[in-house]
Design a protein around this ligand. Structure first.
Ligand SMILES: Cc1ncc(COP(=O)(O)O)c(C=O)c1O
Length: 474
């Protein structure tokens, strides 16, 4: 069930929605603008993002209060109606969300009582600052849980609750850079864009490594690239679940490749587990992410599989590395070792709450359900003659990009070139998948009724075996 932390008196749909002056039209809010006005144009069948076109999006304006507003309460009623309509649109959009790896299945009703507090964990989680309205006690509890999961002793780890997986990558790569100031950053070309952003921000030399069809890093290419830069240490981003294909880089082979190419103790590995960092420990046969191996840091997003209703993440690194990065800050009476200054103090409480409720066993059950449902989706797509691929350790189903942008928007599918994906999260059940499959099969029949228009070939993206185009179907 979907819970809420906002004031119930404002959000009670029975009370407020009934009072609306006109029928609610979810399209008005969820799909208010044409794709062109939104900065995306389609020309000759090609989508292009045009900077500068995104200036006239729909918005709720802010109007100066009337002088007598306090007396009439009209403004209050107006705002309540906007919020109620917005809530309805969220319910509607949540029902049709499939493309982004967010677990929308949660109930945090019990935490509603905390919304009145400005909880801020600025500074180091382990050093209390002068600001007393914080949640460090929850933050450290959550960090301990993750350090245990990734097998790093309490007195050997450092970490913090970040604002998102991106911040985890920015931090992990920065720690690597501080450990090896002249290190070169290596990342597979299918790494998340935040990795390449980190390289730009820190002005680091960055080498892109090729990938296999599955999306995982190609260690033969990695070895070649290491050979070209033997004089500089290596900082490597290892993907524990790539963004588009859910591919898991083979950590053991990455380490072996480093050692075989003479980088025995001149490397730093950051593991980007934004999506899959909390799923993989519970997948049978999956290689282990553990600090018993020579890795420097691991990060994960808290709003993805874990299901926090606000963006957040967890970053864990070795305590020995953090001293190189941190500075004392007198004004805080704490230490600065994080990327951001102020940090969301609510997020650790949400994480603490859900980890307590689900525990290792709860997550294990949810992972198994996601993998089962992902197989169901992939098998049914293939049975319907639709190109599709599912990596062994993943719940991300990659398939042929639907032809119709309206369909893509309705199901909020993430697309890249000729492929789209669905990330099967705990809230994605068989009923939802069946609805999606039925609609896709029906629509597809109309998109391709003219035999001159054929579904795209996606062999280059997901392999010939997974491709069902005219050329490759058997
Ligand atoms: C592999 C990977 N890394 C990093 C990120 C960034 O995570 P966030 O959106 O939490 O910043 C994502 C997001 O999808 C991702 O897939």
């Amino acid at each position: 069930m979907v819970g809420s932390v906002v004031d119930v008196s404002l959000m009670d749909p029975c009370e407020k929605v009934e009072a609306l002056p006109r029928e609610f039209d979810p399209k008005e809010i969820s799909c208010p603008i044409t794709s062109e006005a939104n900065g995306v144009v389609e020309e000759n069948g090609k989508r292009e993002i045009v900077l500068g076109r995104n200036v006239h999006t729909m918005c709720f304006t802010i109007d100066e209060p009337d002088a007598d507003d306090e007396i009439t309460g009209e403004k209050e009623a107006y705002m309540a109606s906007v919020l109620a309509r917005y809530r309805k649109s969220l319910v509607e959009r949540t029902k049709h969300h499939l493309g982004y790896p967010y677990n929308l299945d949660f109930d945090y009703g019990a935490l509603g009582q905390l919304q009145h507090f400005s909880i801020n964990n600025l500074g180091d989680p382990f050093i209390e600052s002068n600001y007393g309205v914080h949640s460090r006690q929850f933050e450290v509890g959550v960090l301990d849980w993750f350090a245990r999961l990734w097998e790093l002793e309490k007195d050997e780890y450092w970490g913090y609750i970040t604002n998102c997986g991106t911040e985890g990558n920015l931090h992990g790569i920065l720690v690597g850079r501080e450990v090896f100031p002249d290190g070169i950053l290596y990342a597979s070309k299918e790494s998340h864009y935040s990795v390449f952003k980190a390289a730009r921000m820190y002005r680091m030399e960055c080498v892109k490594v090729g990938t296999l069809i599955s999306g995982e890093i190609d260690c033969a290419d990695f070895a070649d690239k290491l050979q070209l830069n033997k004089d500089k240490p290596a900082i490597i981003n290892v993907n524990i679940g790539t963004t588009v294909k859910g591919a898991v880089d083979d950590l053991d082979t990455v380490i072996k490749t480093l050692q075989e190419n003479g980088f025995t103790d001149r490397f730093y590995i950051h593991c980007d587990g934004a999506l899959f960092g909390l799923m993989m420990p519970f997948v049978k046969r999956a290689p282990k992410v553990t600090f018993k191996k020579p890795i420097g840091s691991v990060s994960v997003s808290g709003h993805k599989f874990v299901g926090c209703p606000m963006p957040c993440g967890v970053q864990i690194t070795r305590l020995q590395h953090i001293n190189a990065l941190s500075r004392n800050v007198e004004y805080l009476a704490s230490r600065d070792a994080t990327i951001m200054g102020s940090r969301n103090g609510h997020a650790p409480i949400f994480l603490w709450y859900t980890l307590n409720r689900k525990g290792y066993r709860g997550f294990q059950k949810e992972v198994q359900k996601c993998l089962r449902n992902a197989h169901y989706l992939k098998d049914h797509l293939r049975a319907a003659g639709i190109s599709a691929m599912l990596n062994e350790l993943s719940s991300t189903v990659v398939f042929e990009r639907p032809k119709d942008e309206e369909f893509i928007r309705r199901w909020q599918l993430a697309c890249e070139g000729n492929i789209a994906h669905i990330v099967v999260m705990p809230n994605v059940n068989i009923e939802k998948l069946d609805n999606f499959l039925n609609e896709l099969v029906q629509k597809r029949a109309s998109w391709y009724q003219d035999e001159h228009i054929q579904p795209p070939c996606v062999a280059a993206e997901i392999g010939e075996d997974n491709c069902d185009c005219v050329l490759h179907k058997n």
